[in-house]
Design a protein around this ligand. Structure first.
Ligand code: COA
Length: 257
């Protein structure tokens, strides 16, 4: 069986590939755990100077596997594998680059706010679908998205939940550059290698100073969102919305054949 998360080193860059293409790289508890472990290891290892996050099969990630949201979750939101992953990303001291192709939905969109550089393919489609799913945004995105793209654009994207094409995400500042699909992986790797080759102490100090200013706010926002998210998730209204998504899966599959 192929691993759902693939790791390899390339010139000081830990390349982390989400590998569940049949489900558009939807994130399971197992994937969150593997990602959290990989990020924590990247932070510890001296030979890792930068992290590159990407998805296999033409999509970045369709976000949380919806089945995880339905019914019981035995641990509290902070102890969940997703919670561990969020905290590992926030605690990372090294630069992280995202290579975004195809769909980047939910946490696939909010994680971009924690990256130091985002390269998107011209076919990338980014979406914050939380309200339509009966949920609220996570990963401190209610705070960070406003900082990155401004309050009105953040409200438009978070409340209306429309799909954002790569060009619009670039114009608004969520994405650093847009590349043709054929060359996007190469471009993202080249940026990550460039960061990996910089003077280590100065790079990490600069990055740390940039993050220090909002660190406490990010943690507060993350925790508050987790509480509200979990309360909404358990509500009958939201459970009904999520069940409908899962029930439609066989219909969607039949339509494709
Ligand atoms: N959770 C669980 N399964 C998912 C998933 C997710 N987040 N995203 C995709 N899948 C599954 C689909 O159910 C489908 O499974 P099937 O082959 O067994 O029917 C398979 O992945 C392919 O997805 P499909 O919807 O057919 O692909 P598409 O190209 O038409 O659409 C998306 C892609 C990403 C737009 C669509 O799958 C989608 O909206 N997914 C949900 C995104 C979401 O709301 N995530 C939660 C964030 S909080």
């Amino acid at each position: 069986m192929t691993a759902d998360v693939l790791l390899h080193m390339d010139d000081g860059v830990l390349v982390v590939t989400i590998n569940r293409p049949a489900k558009k790289n939807a994130l399971t508890a197992q994937i969150y755990t593997a990602l959290a472990d990989a990020i924590a290891e990247a932070d510890r290892r001296d030979d890792v100077r930068a992290v590159l996050l990407q998805g296999e099969g033409g999509n970045f990630t369709s976000g949380n596997d919806i089945s995880l949201f339905v019914n019981g979750q035995t641990s509290g939101p902070e102890e969940s594998p997703a919670g561990r992953f969020l905290r590992a990303v926030i605690a990372l001291h090294k630069p992280m680059v995202a290579c975004v192709c195809g769909h980047a939905v939910g946490i696939g969109a909010t994680i971009l706010l924690h990256c130091d550089y985002v390269v998107a393919s011209d076919d990338a489609r980014i979406r914050f679908p939380f309200v339509d799913l009966g949920l609220c945004p996570e990963f401190a995105s209610t705070l960070l998205l406003q900082q990155v793209v401004g309050r009105n654009k953040a409200a438009e994207w978070l409340l209306l939940g429309a799909t954002i094409p790569a060009a619009e995400a670039h114009r608004a500042g969520l994405v650093n550059c847009v590349e043709p699909l054929e060359t996007v992986a190469e471009a993202a790797l080249s940026i990550a290698k460039c960061l990996a080759a910089k003077p280590r102490q100065a790079l990490m100090a600069t990055r740390g100073l940039m993050r220090e200013a909002t660190e406490a706010l990010v943690k507060t926002s993350l925790q508050r969102e987790m509480v509200v998210f979990d309360s909404l998730r358990q509500s009958p209204e939201t459970q009904e919305i999520l069940r409908r998504f899962l029930e439609r899966a066989p219909v969607r599959a039949a339509a494709r054949t």
